[in-house]
Each structure stands twice: as C-alpha cells, then as structure tokens.
Write a protein that binds this ligand. Structure first.
Ligand SMILES: [Fe+2]
Length: 371
C-alpha cells in the first residue's frame, strides 16, 4: 500500500480506503481507481489517497521479456563499441592493435543484432505474431531504447504483411531497431531536454539521421538498405522531411515503413512536453497524413495489421466503467467489442455486459489502462 498525492495517483491500482463526501461514498475499498473516480475525488478536494497493487496484472510473456532485454543489451553494446572506436580513431598509431580489436568486437555485435532480429523474424513467421513484453520495455526507462524496440516490432509486422521474405524482414528489422542510434551522438542536454527544442537545438537534433547512417554504413556486415533506414526515417513523401527532403519513391520502402511506425510510437508516448494520445487517436493522425506525408500502401497495411486495442486490452469507457477488449474490427479500430468488468465506481462485476462500441455510439474509449 502506498499513499499518493491525488494528481500522481496511478490509474488501475486498487483503492485501499473508503472516502465519503456529504455522507455518500465517493470511493470504496477494493474498487479500482479510474480517471472517472480520480476526477470525482479532485472535484471533492480530496488531496491524497491510499492505493494498492495494480488490479490488472501485466500479461506475462517469457519470450517477450527475453526479447526486450536482449535487444536492449545489444543496443547498449553497439553504442559503447562505436564510441570507443571513435575515440581510438583520433589517437596515435600505438592504438592500432586496440583499434583492430574494437573494430572486430563492433562487427561481431552488429552480427549478433542481425542474428537476433533473424530470430525475431522466425518467431513472427512461426507464431504469426511478435510481442515484446511492454512491462519490461517500460522498465528500460530510457525512452530511446523502448521506442527503438517498439518501432522494430511494428515495422516487422508491416513488412510481414507486405509479404517480405525473411532476408528482407531482417534487413528492415535491424534498420528499424537502429534507426535512432545517431541520437547517442547528440549532446545529452539536447537529446534529453524535457521541453521543446529551440530552432538551433532542433537543427542539431536533426543530425541524428545522418550520423546513424554513417555509423552503420562504415560497417561491412550492415546492408546498405538497413543503413538507409536511419538516413531516411524522417523523410516525408511530400518532400517536407529531412535531411535531404526526398520525395515519393526517392524514399526507400524501408524508410517509408519506419517513418510511419516511428511517428505512431512517438505520438503514444507520454513526454514532458506533450500529453500522451490514445492508440486510436495516434492511428487517426497517421491516417490523416496518408498520401501526404506517408505512403498510402504502408498506411493501409499499418491499419490492417496494427490494432490500437489488442484483444485482452483493458480500457476505461466514458461511463467510468472498465472493460476488456474481446474482438477487434479492422475498419473501426476505436470501436471494438468489449466486456464490462467494473461498475462506474470501479467495483468488479461478475460476467458484465458485452458492449459493441460500433453499434453503441453512446460509449467510447477514454483511456487504455493496460495494453
Ligand atoms: Fe529519429
């Protein structure tokens, strides 16, 4: 149990006390905290609340956890080695032997990354799905790592839907995983800046795509199409992107896929300078830019293969009730079939009603409590 300031109280945890206002219970012990209840408490000037564990346990997935940890380990290693190699480049001849040693280790680590992504592709082809445990990803803390892994998984799912063969999927997946590697060469005070960038800072930040490309290109085990993902993931088909303002098919399909997945995941993330969007809102933003910023075919594949609310996701409805997603509808990603699991006061119900959000326009999803 933990005492929370009301503004920091985490949605989805059990409530461990009864709180009354005007002789009526606002919340009761054993209920689950929702946005609806939190707003009620704020309205009644309640400043603190005691909460317990999260009511909805993260889906445990051994494969997913191993994948997330392994990918992080490999990414950290390749960044470390690239940095040491760079330092060795500028020191004297005496370091020649060491340079050869570090280069060899760097090559091997890129090869491990390629092999690991190849393992992920096997999983995707065998299980027809690919998951990385979201709880583990969240624990990676550094946004760039979790973002890179998410973009890799999303891109592989799109590539698979486009009938890519294994070789092509691996090339795409490695590029997607390393697309932002150049950010590690951007000064920390800019890379990790909590607020919005100034114009000058943004110009520096934009250099990460070319830096990433050059790092990968120097390595013989990295295919050139993979290196181009880093170079092109901020290009847009109308020519409004960077660094080279490429247009339409001047941007390779890999770059066009990673561009969509990169933006989708970035919109979902809660950052200090912006609210986090709901998955269906993020998808709508992508669709609005279909044919303008993003390739039509890629956006169509994205919409058909990435469900904003996967089966089993726990959502809060506008009524304050919590529900579980039981069926998706490809054409209407924000309106799945759900089954209610709590009342609007956060109390669990046995065998709650099923609601088809498509035929019940009074209902809508207002929060994703657990994906
Ligand atoms: Fe980027």
């Amino acid at each position: 149990m933990k005492r929370f300031q009301i503004n920091d109280a985490e949605i989805g945890r059990f409530i461990c006390e009864n709180i009354k206002e005007e002789n009526k219970y606002v919340v009761t012990e054993g209920a689950v905290l929702t946005n609806h209840l939190k707003n009620l408490l704020i309205k009644f000037n309640v400043s603190e609340i005691t909460l317990g564990e999260f009511a909805f346990r993260e889906k445990y997935n051994e494969r997913g956890t191993e994948n997330a940890n392994k990918l992080k380990e490999l990414l950290v290693k390749v960044i470390e080695l690239e940095k040491s190699f760079e330092k060795l480049k500028i020191v004297n001849e005496k370091s020649k032997q060491l340079k050869v040693k570090v280069k060899k280790e760097k090559d091997q680590t890129y090869q491990y990354i390629i092999n690991y992504v190849s393992k992920l592709v096997d999983e995707l082809m065998y299980y027809k799905t690919l998951t990385v445990d979201t709880a583990t990803l969240r624990k990676l803390e550094d946004y760039t790592f979790s973002h890179s892994v998410n973009v890799c998984i999303l891109s592989l799912r799109i590539g698979y839907a486009l009938n890519y063969d294994k070789d092509k999927l691996v090339k795409l997946g490695v590029g997607a995983l390393l697309h932002d590697i150049g950010k590690n060469w951007i000064p920390k005070e800019i890379h990790y800046k909590a607020g919005k960038f100034s114009k000058e800072e943004y110009e520096i930040m934009k250099k990460h795509s070319e830096i990433g490309y050059k790092l990968m290109k120097e390595n013989t085990s990295v295919p050139i199409t993979t290196a181009h993902v880093a170079y092109q993931h901020h290009e847009r088909i109308d020519g409004s992107g960077y660094p080279r303002r490429l247009c339409g098919n001047e941007i390779l399909e890999f770059g066009q896929i990673v561009a969509v997945c990169d933006v989708y995941d970035a919109i979902l993330a809660k950052r200090p300078y912006k609210r986090s969007y709901l998955p269906h809102e993020a998808m709508n933003i992508i669709v609005e830019d279909k044919g303008i910023l993003f390739n039509d075919k890629v956006v169509d594949r994205f919409c058909l293969n990435i469900f904003p609310y996967e089966k089993g996701a726990i959502v809060e409805l506008n009524t304050g009730e919590v529900a579980c997603v039981i069926e998706n509808k490809i054409e209407f990603p924000d309106r799945p079939l759900v089954k209610k699991i709590t009342t609007s006061y956060g109390l669990f119900v046995d065998d709650g009603d099923e609601v088809d959000l498509l035929s019940n326009s009074n209902y809508k999803i207002v929060d994703l409590i657990r994906s």
